[in-house]
Design a protein around this ligand. Structure first.
Ligand code: PYC
Length: 310
């Protein structure tokens, strides 16, 4: 199995070029469901230590349904198959350029959440134009055991987010354990209290937004992912959901660019345009760097062939 590892603002992506199970044909959402339900051992073995690393997202290349797309892709972390992944799409685009499969310019990529457009500006810099994103509920209060009442917005950006602004605790690298514990408790409470998308989709990510640490930064965020790790980047789908909330509150006009910083200090440039069905079309610009090209080996005699289960 050949893979290429990159990171986007510190958040790792592993692009799988070959050797994965055959997911058949048909809509990517169906193939993603097949991956989630029939091949859990495969995707966990690629992400878990010792072969994988905490916070890593896999990007499995598949044949697109739409022939105008340069590729189809299904993203996953160790615990979930994702609808879309912003940092992963930036990493994938830089990886496709590294492989000479695309050049500078615009390209289309098919994901289970829909087709996204990417613009490769140079070897590292990519703008992702994401699927239509929207806020579905504002000022939802959750009773969070051990932490009390927490109020936030429910928004979609390719995954489902509960966004708390302002953060109830400082968004600082020295506070990551507390941020992690609290956001896990919020996600658990949201599921227990039936808070999620319009069709009952569960919240899979939680975001805390903190005040700007510098005049040129709009805000800093902490993003909890399904694998209970935090996103080292400002999270592309999370930034999309956040933009939808700012648009719904009329706190940011269309076309105005802001800088979103992650808890470790990496940044995305963000803006949006109105969407066709009442939401917004987000643009996310970030940078990725290639780290490794490797062949993964699954030795039948390796007691940890399928990874170290937590
Ligand atoms: O950038 O959208 C994103 C993302 C989702 C999970 C990790 N990163």
């Amino acid at each position: 199995m050949h893979v290429i590892d990159s990171h986007t603002g510190g958040e790792p992506t592993r692009v799988i070029l070959d050797g994965a199970p055959d997911l058949g044909s048909g809509p990517l959402a169906d193939r993603a469901l097949r991956l989630a339900t029939e091949h859990e051992e495969f995707y966990r073995s690629v992400m878990l230590e010792p072969r994988g690393q905490p916070a890593m997202v896999g990007a499995l290349l598949v044949e697109p349904v739409d022939p105008t797309c340069v590729t189809g892709v299904i993203y996953f972390d160790v615990d979930a198959v994702l609808g879309m992944c912003g940092h992963g799409t930036i990493g994938l685009t830089v990886t496709l350029a590294h492989l000479d499969r695309i050049g500078v310019g615009m390209h289309r990529i098919e994901t289970p959440a829909g087709i996204v457009t990417v613009e490769l500006h140079d070897t590292h810099t990519v703008t992702v134009t994401n699927i239509e994103s929207r806020r579905v509920a504002a000022d939802v209060t959750l009773d969070v055991p051990g932490y009390g009442m927490v109020t936030g917005d429910v928004a979609y950006g390719g995954n489902w987010f509960f966004i708390v602004d302002p953060s109830p605790t400082p968004v600082e690298a020295s506070n990551i354990q507390h941020l992690t514990d609290m956001t896990i408790a919020i996600r658990t409470a949201s599921i227990a209290q039936g808070i999620g998308g319009e069709q009952g989709e569960p919240i899979d990510h939680v975001i805390f937004q903190d005040a700007s640490p510098a005049p040129d930064i709009h805000s800093r965020n902490f993003v909890l992912c399904p694998d209970d790790n935090y996103d080292r980047s400002p999270c592309g789908t999370g930034s999309s959901a956040r933009l939808a909330c700012l648009a719904a509150d009329r706190a940011l006009p269309p076309g105005q660019e802001i800088v979103q910083q992650s808890v470790i200090g990496s940044t995305y440039r963000l803006s949006y345009q109105p969407g066709p069905t009442g939401g917004i079309i987000p643009s996310i610009t970030g940078q990725a760097h290639i780290m490794a090209e490797a062949k993964l080996i699954f030795d039948p005699n390796d007691p940890f062939r399928n990874g170290i289960a937590p």
